[in-house]
Ligand binder design. Sequence first.
Ligand code: HPA
Length: 276
Amino acid sequence: MIPVEHYQEAARSISERIGKKPVIGMVLGSGLGVMAEEITEGITIPYSEILHFPESTVEGHAGEMVIGELEGKTVLALKGRFHYYEGYDMERVVFPIRVMKILGIENLLVTNAAGGVNTSFKAGELMVINDHIKMFTESPLRGPNNEKFGSRFNDMTEAYSKELRCIAKSAAKDLGLTLQEGVYAFMGGPSYETPAEIRMLRLLGADAVGMSTVPEVIAASHGGMKVLGLSCITNMAAGILDQPLDHGDVMETSARVRGNFISLVREILKRWEIGL
Ligand code: HPA
């Protein structure tokens, strides 16, 4: 178990260096880190300068935090997250979310690159997550519960805020962007799924598949945070098209849709009401 003091010391390493208190946390997925460049009046803190923070290892993830202003809101953005497949245990994967919580952040935008499982989706489209399916991996909440972070048996009925989903949909509509909506299935990776696994996920009701987000959303929900999840459908999942999957293509597609992604996030932030 990570001692509570480690979360508190990490939060202190951050709060000592910032002025205004961030109100929205953002986790930027593969190829979506450019969103952080939109932040103004910001400071960048490499993870290595935050006490107890793990270091990010995967290509396309920078491993730094940017805190500053975006569309009139003070945000804290993580460029680079910790994946279960990198070998971190689940508690470490969600470490930054709990640090955000200690910093008083009650709103979270999580983003990711995902494979399209729903055959009506197209690579390059964005999807707002309305629910998730966690396959085969343990929960980040497994083990003794710390009431400081949330209750033992937390409700997941509306882990992805309905209000924020509505805001995302109306923002996309006003921008003239296609925004799919659906269920994100978490697979442990790092191998991409097999075609048989993708058929199984489709039968189970999944629309997209990826290797992140779900642990973070569980920890955020445990902590009572309001969550919005956005997926960039970077490729059709295994077996749908007659071609192999490739990380290079994933990065290329997320680079291609960056513009749409940034416009959508900006528009959502404008409309995101922060509770007192
Ligand atoms: N599967 C799992 N994770 C992913 C995929 C995929 O097809 N695309 C991007 N991340």
